[in-house]
Design a protein. Structure first.
Length: 430
């Protein structure tokens, strides 16, 4: 019997997914447990396995396209089966159809939203905009088994096509359909935009998927947590020499980021008030020191987390970091590998950045930004105790904290201690 394959929900906050790659083509056999396709979730690419043996009969969602969770993306079954019949029996039918007009009747009884088939994104829209559930009963959903999707509520498929052809911004169109749904006639009646835009466009991609998730999380952090910043300069002379000596004998190559992680761990043990989060009106202090390092990968910024650093050696950290960073750049991390961090480090030193300010990786309360090493003239004390100008390899570090839970004195003490550890790196391992 044919089976309708739907976009799976692989995370609590996942409303839609992007189809990255089909591992099978129409007409090819599929075995249960075999990878059928890959999707992008919030920050990683996840393989999805077939749940039944059969043949891939139809692909609905093309590679690179997005779909809400629980909506059909393909059909599998026995060779010769009709995939469209399977979709119809599942309640899919033809998109954009309309229900027969109902005869006038007495006012209907209130409709409980729980009785409606709504995708998570559609349900959120109904709640956010206060849409009357009773107005949705006549909508023919285009989701799995007739489920009502976000697109069903905002605009009909035909209206979207006409808007694209006419260059009409749907955000400026008032819908006349059920629950304010935008119909074809609404688009055709929309006034032309005043003043044509003459700028030439090189490309336009939807602001959605990973890029949108990153943007929304950063905006939430920036405008929810009052950020406070503390900056200092570190002389890296001893740090560079210490790392060189370590790598002469270490079985795993030690990176500067590994020493930063270990130094942050030691500083967090000394100042546990930095290793906190604000959760349900409580300031939670963690025993676990889970340090994340921001990595720019193919799917945007991701922060793989080394967990329980307080129980690991420098070699352990170096080995684990190398593996996590490599897979982060390929978008191959599992969700648990970039979650549950308690402190983050954003290191742009390798890109020659002299100074920058990092946004806190919520729900954490602090993040350390690390800039490039630059030869800088500084005032140093010579062997005779006299001040003199010397050239030193200097590196700026800046701590961003959530001022709701971390005071300025504590933050400044943390930065001062980090500077001490990095300028006397043997202390990191003591």
């Amino acid at each position: 019997m044919a089976e309708v394959v739907i976009m799976p929900k692989l995370g609590f906050n996942m409303d839609e997914g992007q189809l990255v790659k089909w591992h099978k083509q129409v007409g090819e056999k599929v075995k249960k447990g075999e990878v059928l396709f890959e999707i992008n979730t919030d920050k990683t690419t996840m393989p999805v396995e077939a749940t039944e043996d059969g043949t891939l009969l139809k692909i609905i969602l093309e590679e690179g396209a997005f779909a809400e969770v629980f909506t059909p993306i393909a059909v599998t079954g026995a060779p010769g089966e009709d995939p469209d019949a399977a979709l119809a029996s599942a309640g899919q039918g033809q998109a954009g159809g309309s229900a027969p007009a109902a005869a006038p009747s007495a006012p209907a009884a209130p409709v409980d939203m729980k009785s409606l088939k709504l995708t998570p994104k559609a349900r959120k829209l109904v709640q956010d905009e206060g849409i009357d559930p009773a107005s949705l009963t006549q909508i023919k959903g285009t989701g799995f088994q007739g489920g009502i999707t976000y697109k069903d509520l905002k605009a009909s498929p035909l209206a979207r096509r006409v808007a694209q052809q006419m260059g009409v911004d749907l955000a400026a169109v008032q819908g006349t359909g059920a629950a304010g749904k935008i119909m074809k006639a609404d688009v055709e009646a929309a006034p032309a935009s005043a003043g044509a835009d003459t700028r030439q466009v090189a490309s336009a991609v939807p602001y959605k998927g990973v890029r949108r998730i990153i943007g929304e999380k950063l905006a939430q952090s920036k405008f929810t947590a009052p950020h406070l910043y503390f900056t200092d300069a570190v002389d890296t002379t001893e740090l560079a020499a210490f790392r060189k000596r370590l790598n002469e004998t270490s079985e795993v190559k030690i990176a500067v980021s590994d020493l930063l992680t270990m130094a942050a761990c030691k500083a967090l043990k000394k100042f546990p008030g930095i290793n906190v989060t604000l959760k349900d009106d409580q300031v939670v202090t963690y025993k676990s020191i889970n340090v994340g390092t921001a990595v720019a990968g193919d799917n945007g910024l991701v922060v793989p987390v080394i967990k329980n650093v307080q129980n690991k050696t420098l070699t352990d950290v170096a080995r684990e970091s190398k593996d996590l960073v490599a897979r982060a750049r390929e978008g191959r991390l599992a969700p648990e590998e970039y979650s549950e961090g308690t402190f983050s480090i954003s290191n742009l030193g390798m890109f020659g950045i002299g100074n920058f300010t990092a946004i806190i990786n919520a729900p954490e309360s602090a993040i350390l930004s690390v800039s490039s090493v630059r030869k800088t003239p500084v005032v140093a004390t010579d062997e005779n105790g006299e001040d003199a100008i010397a050239i030193r390899p200097m590196m700026n570090i800046q701590l961003s904290v959530d001022h709701r839970v971390i005071d300025g004195l504590l933050a400044s003490q943390f930065v001062e201690y980090m500077k001490q550890l990095l300028e006397h790196p043997i202390q990191i391992l003591m």
